[in-house]
Write a protein that binds this ligand. Structure first.
Ligand SMILES: C[S@@+](CC[C@H](N)C(=O)[O-])C[C@H]1O[C@@H](n2cnc3c(N)ncnc32)[C@H](O)[C@@H]1O
Length: 222
């Protein structure tokens, strides 16, 4: 089995299951033209995120790592009426591109984009006593993952679902000592999850146009 096969199957399934979406195609195009790296979730992964948002009937979703807004648009489209996506981004240029994309996708009214280091934005949200989130999607710098899990827990309630991206990284997650892609942050986040009795967790290993990777899903139980 090769990456080429994974990509071909991903393309096939995307064509089979997802309607053509000129809005999202334009969002990807604008992000590429603005020089953003091609590291958003794939269409199939975006669809998974939207299904989770819809299954939870989520009104409040938190995203850590906005980039150009691609995954944010998938999730914002799945919110209950009147719901909000709060999305955190440290890079002002990424945030500016995302703002334009949220406007173009018609979801800007449902999106609250906050610019700054996520650890600081999260601390400010805790300090302000913000209403807990229904779903949190963590997809930013891997070294920050342990802190993002801990802080997200403080912004959660029983029933909140935490979703972490890039948890397998081509299998590097089992390579103790290898820190390409900040895999030690990924491993430390798994330790935080494993050591937190309020969480029940699993992982989904994925292959596709983004290679071999995976999500962690952790449910807040009490
Ligand atoms: C993988 S991309 C996010 C992709 C996006 N979720 C999507 O699928 O469309 C990671 C993003 O996290 C941002 N980021 C990195 N470190 C951050 C930090 N400390 N605080 C907030 N955002 C950060 C990066 O600038 C980048 O835009």
């Amino acid at each position: 089995m090769t990456d080429a096969r994974w990509q071909a199957v991903d393309d096939f399934l995307t064509r089979k299951l997802l309607p053509d979406d000129p809005t999202l195609a334009a969002v990807e195009q604008r992000a590429a033209s603005a020089g953003l790296p091609p590291i958003s979730v794939s269409a199939m992964e975006g669809s998974l995120l939207q299904i989770l948002v819809r299954a939870l009937r989520a009104r409040r979703v938190l995203e850590i790592g906005t980039l150009g807004g691609y995954s944010g648009i998938w999730m914002a489209r799945g919110l209950e009426p009147g719901g909000t996506l709060v999305t955190l981004e440290v890079d002002a240029h990424h945030a500016e591109v995302a703002r334009g994309n949220f406007e173009q996708a018609g979801v800007a009214d449902a999106v609250d984009l906050r610019v700054g280091p996520a650890s600081e934005s999260l601390a400010a949200m805790r300090e302000a006593g913000e209403t807990p989130f229904d779903l949190v999607f963590i997809d930013a710098d891997k070294s920050g993952y342990p802190d993002y899990v801990t802080q997200s827990l403080a912004l959660s309630r029983p029933g909140t679902l935490l979703v972490l991206d890039n948890m397998v990284r081509g299998g590097q997650v089992i390579d103790d000592g290898d820190d390409e892609w900040g895999i030690q942050g990924t491993r430390a986040a798994l330790d935080v999850i494993a050591g937190e009795p309020r969480l029940v967790a699993t992982t989904i290993q994925t292959v596709g146009i983004r290679g071999y990777d995976g999500f962690a899903l952790a449910l807040v139980t009490y």
